[in-house]
Design a protein around this ligand. Structure first.
Ligand code: G3P
Length: 217
């Protein structure tokens, strides 16, 4: 499973990147706002830091304008994936930008049918939003499973990018189902290392080690 980091915080990306944990980065207008940075500047900085795809999102609603914005964003670096929303115009823009040779991430996906259309339009990535479905008492993880089945039925090459990951359980379930990629906030990725039995076991080992009176270094 590929790990994308869902943030425009360059320091947080750098920390995980140094550990070899970052296969890509996703941003969106809300994350750009949170960073307080200029979109072109911060996206360039991130794209120079990581070798994998860096998603940068268009904000226009009409296909022609999305295409123009997407082409501009794609000029930032070779590893930019243009992010377009899953609307009819977004699908048109996806098709044109894909034919241009750009990676395209179709975002705000909330149904299997939407994911099917994105694959037909040639999307590189489809981003189903797990947490936001859970927020309205629907089963976000079931959507990942449904898309996995649909794409496998027809050998679509579009990669499932599980998004709106809010917890370590989301990350685990997405991996178990076979999502190709997950994008998660840095703190969720770091929390995946935690287990109370690890802490308890380490504490016991260190207490016993102290009793031996030995040193390794
Ligand atoms: O990857 C999409 C993500 O940024 C949305 O997450 O938590 O705002 O639903 P959230």
């Amino acid at each position: 499973m590929k790990f994308f980091v869902d943030t425009a915080d360059v320091d947080a990306i750098a920390e995980l990147n140094d550990l070899g944990m970052v296969d890509g980065v996703t941003t969106n207008p809300s994350l750009i706002l949170k960073s307080g940075r200029d979109i072109l500047e911060v996206t360039k900085e991130i794209a120079d830091m990581v070798s994998g795809p860096v998603s940068a999102e268009v904000v226009a609603l009409k296909a022609d304008e999305m295409i123009a914005e997407g082409r501009k964003l794609a000029q930032i670096a070779d590893n930019i994936a243009v992010k377009v929303p899953l609307t009819w115009d977004g699908l048109k823009a996806c098709n044109v930008l894909t034919n241009d040779g750009h990676m395209v991430n179709v975002t705000l996906c909330f149904s299997g049918n939407q994911a099917l259309l994105a694959a037909k339009a040639g999307a590189t990535f489809i981003s189903p939003f797990i947490g936001r479905l859970d927020d309205i008492n629907l089963d976000g993880m079931q959507l990942i499973a449904d898309i996995r089945q649909i794409y496998d039925n027809y050998d679509f090459e579009t990669e499932i990018l599980a998004a709106s990951i809010r917890s370590v359980n989301h990350a685990f379930e997405a991996a178990r189902i076979g999502s190709d990629v997950m994008t998660a906030p840095p703190d969720v990725i770091k929390k995946m290392a935690q287990h109370p039995l690890t802490d308890k076991g380490l504490d016991a080992f260190l207490k016993d080690w102290e009793k031996t009176g030995q040193k390794i270094l």
